[in-house]
Design a binder for this molecule. Structure first.
Ligand code: SF4
Length: 112
């Protein structure tokens, strides 16, 4: 049986904070936000959740994302990072949040 709480999950071999957050969110409906490489990048580029470590970014996201959207935020941010705010060539021309994004090197009007 899979434990529901963070402490028990993180006590399992190979389970860190990110995996525990995913399990708590997906399996048990908790409002956790697992910070992977996409979310780390999006949080820092946009200015929504700046941080030097995944924990810092997670903390900022939990402070800034309204409660009603916390459950889905993990997926929305990952998809944004995977398909729009990509690591090498972010698609800033097509990005719906471009006006709110703090990234200094936006791909606006550049040929990709
Ligand atoms: S404007 Fe560009 S850098 Fe900013 S979130 Fe959108 S894709 Fe990412």
């Amino acid at each position: 049986m899979v434990p529901k709480d963070r402490q028990s999950l993180e006590a399992l071999p190979g389970v860190g904070r990110k995996t525990a957050n995913v399990v708590m969110n997906e399996a048990f409906g908790k409002a956790t936000i697992a910070v992977d490489t996409h979310i780390f990048r999006v949080g820092n580029r946009t200015g929504l959740a700046p941080g030097k470590t995944p924990s810092e970014v997670e903390h900022q996201l939990l402070r800034r994302v309204p409660d009603k959207w916390k459950k889905g935020a993990h997926h929305w941010l990952i998809l944004h990072g995977r398909y729009i705010c990509k690591a090498r060539n972010p698609v800033c021309d097509a990005c719906l949040i471009s006006d709110f994004c703090c990234y200094n090197s936006k791909n606006i009007g550049k040929k990709l």
